[in-house]
Design a protein around this ligand. Structure first.
Ligand SMILES: [Zn+2]
Ligand SMILES: [Zn+2]
Length: 362
């Protein structure tokens, strides 16, 4: 082909378009999203970074439908399929799957995830053999061994070591400019909730805190545990209290009465709070739903309202004062979000480090 002036200008135009498309694509990717996926009385959070995706927990409320028909499992898979259809650059690959603790509401759909997508790292904190989600975790340990997936069983006593998960963190930092740091990990507690993995994520000056089902205290009752994880997180010697400050707090234990304390909230000073819980008014014939557990708890939601200044578009919420008793219905205008009121919840930190109110599906 002869390079006439017309051809050259077409080539220049094409090159400009290519550069423009590349710039546009990288601008839309120079952001982080946190997706709290609505899996009912359970938890599954997808972290979307410029070059990686990380899944924290793969739970789903038990609806007594056959596994493949379970509407929360279907929703989780459809959500992730749509995510990977948009992020074709990720090649159906989750950089990491993290299990906060081995309770069924956090592990139920793990196997479906590992069967459907490529996973590079599996991170868990162990737990008692009879923990409700341990059969799911054991199944994944087998898959991990078969497929040579990197496996990390992490414990609280290790998190302060300089070498702790160094290569793993470095990969996410260099590829996605995301800082992921565990503030606590497995603790061999009687109550697995207090052995939850606690993860802090920072991206372009904004931060997110994931505390699993951490509780205030577990020293009461006939089977005392190893101490409340929330209190431990406030302890300088055991953890990193200076790193608790976060813009988004994924509230502990589905908004349970024992999953939030004033002292903890005053340390975190969240701008936004997110709860993952089922709809209390919906009861299935098994016992694993929000009404049975009393989630989200009215006292906890009130405490969050007192400690969060940011407002949200008003919404009518349903909370509970006690398990299996009273249901309260009332308006809310503080920046507290729940999968039980909002459906799927998506926070975005843009390329300039802005963190506006999340998008919700309801
Ligand atoms: Zn849970
Ligand atoms: Zn739990």
């Amino acid at each position: 082909m002869k390079f006439t002036e017309k051809n050259l200008s077409a080539i220049r135009g094409g090159a400009f378009c290519l550069i423009f498309v590349c710039l546009f694509a990288s601008a839309t990717r120079a952001q982080m999203k946190m997706h709290a996926i609505n899996v009912g009385q359970a938890e599954a959070v997808l972290l979307e970074f410029p070059a990686h995706a990380v899944l924290i927990d793969a739970g789903g409320e038990d609806t007594f439908e056959a596994a493949a028909q379970n509407r929360f499992r279907r929703h989780l898979i459809e959500y992730l399929d749509a995510f990977f259809a948009r992020r074709t650059d990720l090649n159906q690959t989750l950089h990491s799957v993290i299990v906060s603790h081995p309770h069924k509401d956090h592990t139920k759909n793990l196997r479906a995830i590992f069967e459907r997508y490529t996973v590079r790292h599996f991170i868990e904190g162990g737990g008692a053999v009879n923990a409700s989600g341990m059969d799911d975790v054991r199944a994944i340990r087998n898959i991990v061994a078969e497929k040579s997936i990197a496996y990390h069983r992490i414990y609280a006593r290790e998190v302060k070591r300089p070498s702790f998960l160094r290569d793993w963190s470095a990969e996410l930092l260099s590829g996605s400019q995301a800082e992921l740091k565990f503030l606590s990990a497995g603790r061999r507690c009687n109550d697995e909730n207090n052995g939850s993995l606690v993860l802090r994520v920072a991206y372009r000056g904004k931060s997110f805190l994931f505390i699993g089902d951490a509780e205030v205290d577990d020293k009461e009752g006939r089977n005392p545990g190893c101490g409340g994880l929330l209190n431990r997180l406030l302890n300088d010697e055991a953890a990193f209290p200076a790193l608790l400050d976060a813009d988004v707090l994924k509230v502990g234990h589905h908004g349970s009465r024992n999953g939030t304390s004033e002292a903890f909230l005053q340390k975190v000073t969240p701008k936004f709070a997110v709860l993952s819980a089922g709809v209390p008014a919906t009861r299935s014939r098994n016992t694993f739903h929000a009404w049975f557990f009393g989630h989200p708890n009215e006292i906890v939601v009130k405490l969050l309202e007192e400690n969060i200044a940011e407002t949200r578009a008003p919404v009518n919420i349903t909370t509970m004062t006690k398990p299996r008793t009273l249901i309260e219905s009332r308006p809310l205008d503080k920046a507290i979000y729940c999968t039980c009121w909002d459906g799927d919840i998506v926070f975005t930190v843009d390329a300039d480090g802005n963190l506006p109110a999340p998008a919700t599906s309801n």
